[in-house]
Design a protein around this ligand. Structure first.
Ligand code: NAD
Length: 290
């Protein structure tokens, strides 16, 4: 039986670890929060006593942590000193490209195959096992990375070498922020012009304004019943997470010399949203500021 160490059982990791267990794998679960570990055990995982305990027994090590400093710290202190020879190491967190490359270099030097594999899809897709993974790894390791991620995934796509998964994720989420703000201001203007939200949705979702922020995550309540707008913008994908991703986009743009006027403006708007309580609301709640 394949043994998986799963470290980081938060909003995303909890459903992801549970889907690994549902696929018949032994999942050794660890989080700094005992409540998160208890929830994982209810969902078919085994409680590990520490990160080292989980990692030292695993064929595959999966991490789903908040940011680059957590991933670098855990790899240095726990993953690399304790992983079994031949273990496959995959980080699914959204982190900066430089940290992802640093982690990959450390893994290479220690003789491990590794990948950065951030996800798109949010908590609903994490629970349903339908995330999209964007992978940075050596081409010859991609099939084993795909197999490792399969119980959690509807699509696993190779973006390129180490760090490319994070680059794809950062670009994707900058586009998501821009389309969400555009969708919000459009629905607000439609309202001012006397259009009914459902009626405008029915038209625009069949016309050239159609986009994911509208049709899968509509920021006005009604047209998409599963969207956070129908539950007072409870996340979902928190404003703080979107702001984090936009800051990664700003850093990446500066480092690469990319010109991102809309991305920069989106970052300013999400900063203001978060400063006024939007950090713990879903990112689509930015509509309330317009
Ligand atoms: P979260 O804060 O809910 O979960 C992170 C978990 O990591 C927490 O339970 C925390 O206790 C644990 N943790 C932190 N440091 C640890 C350590 N050293 N050892 C063990 N556990 C540790 O965050 P989340 O929403 O699950 O997001 C995780 C990652 O996924 C982030 O990088 C985020 O950007 C990305 N992401 C989130 C979403 C979303 O919709 N929430 C969507 C796509 C990607």
């Amino acid at each position: 039986m394949t043994t998986v160490a799963f470290i980081g059982l938060g909003n995303m990791g909890s459903g992801m670890a549970s889907n690994q267990a549902k696929a018949g794998r032994q999942v050794l679960a660890f989080d700094l929060s005992p409540d998160a570990v208890a929830r994982a055990v209810e969902n078919g995982c085994e409680a590990a006593t520490s990160a080292a305990d989980a990692i030292s027994r695993a064929d595959i090590v999966l991490t789903m942590l908040p940011a680059g400093k957590h991933v670098c710290g855990l790899y240095e202190a726990e993953v690399l000193p304790n992983a079994k020879s031949g273990a496959l190491l995959i980080d699914c967190s959204t982190i900066d490209v430089e940290s992802a490359k640093t982690v990959a270099n450390m893994c290479q030097e220690a003789g491990f195959n590794s990948a950065d594999a951030p996800v798109s899809g949010g908590t609903a897709a994490a629970d349903a096992g339908t995330l999209a993974f964007m992978v940075g790894c050596k081409e010859e390791n991609f099939t084993s990375v795909q197999e490792a991620l399969e119980p959690m995934s509807k699509a696993t796509l190779l973006a390129g070498s180490f760090g490319a998964g994070q680059a794809a994720k950062i670009c994707n989420n900058m586009l998501l922020a821009i389309t969400m703000i555009g969708t919000c201001e459009t629905f607000k203007m439609a309202e001012k012009l006397g259009l009914n939200a459902q009626n405008f949705f029915d038209i625009s979702s069949q016309a050239s304004g159609q986009n994911w922020s509208m049709t899968s995550y509509c920021p006005v309540p009604g047209p998409v019943p599963a969207a956070p707008s129908n539950r007072d913008y409870q996340p979902g994908f928190a404003g703080a997470m979107m702001l984090k991703d936009l800051k990664l986009a700003l850093e990446s743009a500066e480092a690469s010399g990319a010109n991102i006027p809309f991305g920069s403006h989106a970052a300013e708007m999400y900063q203001a949203f978060c400063d006024n309580g939007g950090d713990v609301k879903d990112f689509s709640g930015i509509i309330e500021t317009l």
